[in-house]
Design a protein around this ligand. Sequence first.
Ligand SMILES: Nc1nc2c(c(=O)[nH]1)N[C@H]1C(S)=C(S)[C@@H](COP(=O)(O)O)O[C@H]1N2
Ligand SMILES: [Mo]
Length: 333
Amino acid sequence: MLIKIKRGWELPEAAATPECVYVNRRQLLKTMALGSIAVGSIGLLAGCDEAPAPEAQAAATPQPDPSADLYPVPRNPAYTISRPLTDEKLATTYNNFYEFGSSKNIWQAAQALEIRPWTVAISGMVEQPMEIGIDDLLAKMPLEERLYRHRCVERWSMTVPWSGFPLRALVEMARPLSSAKYLKMVTFEDSKMAPGQRAAWYPWPYVEGLTMAEATNELSFIATGLYGKPIPRQNGAPLRLAVPWKYGFKSVKSIVSFEFTDTQPVSFWETILGNEYGFWANVNPEVPHPRWSQAYEQPLGTDEKVPTQIYNGYGSYVADLYKGMEDQERTFM
Ligand SMILES: Nc1nc2c(c(=O)[nH]1)N[C@H]1C(S)=C(S)[C@@H](COP(=O)(O)O)O[C@H]1N2
Ligand SMILES: [Mo]
């Protein structure tokens, strides 16, 4: 691991892998109660830093990304940032992608992700449901680069150049009905490619959702590239969400389905631990996670303790979306 892990408030063990430690323990007890697990295998289950499955490691040379010629794309100067960019190596080797394991070190295992053919389904409350291949979608969408900050609920943060297109452009293409209130986004499901999905206690596939107002806010971005290249598999190839005013778990990776619905989607982490990870998940330094403070964050690759900002500093774009909801803590978890 390249990140320097310090003692004290900076990424203590419990914060670095909060979800897996907690879930595995709880699940372990449940499984043990069912009598289906031998005592000798406890160590295996309880450890979060499990190595990638051998099959995944064997899938060594991934196919080249056929969208490589599209990048770099022009930077949109409206979304630049004064903070230094995170080192590319760190942003692409320190990841959360539970489909490939619950440690941060999944980038090699994620090379098993097959990114072509890749079909995206647009369904639900739309004029005409459709399926579109990723390369046709990329050809239709207005590609640009944006510098965004990213704040994980675990307190690490990064600043990276995403390439991609506004989610609003995809919504316009989909022509949702006026009855659509939410956009539900779903990650691929294939436990042969993704060893993490063999862990049956997680509610696969990974699901996230936004209100239509959030999805069409100018900040909501679908990232298809990173650092002027196609987005690496470990960062959510071939397309992932980037909603920088929300905690990182909202930014669902490797999306195969956009469904327009009038029912608020229940997201992956909400299903597992609804009292800790809610639907809104807007960043707020004053609303602590039930198990740790959110007042500060640690930019990857530094020892700095940087004050976290409300809406992760993007309030001028999004605060209006939550007018009248400010007093509800649930908006910030
Ligand atoms: N499908 C899927 N999407 C996901 C995750 C995941 O485990 N699976 N982790 C989330 C979390 S907690 C974070 S912080 C970001 C991490 O994105 P990065 O690895 O590109 O930094 O992806 C989010 N999207
Ligand atoms: Mo996260």
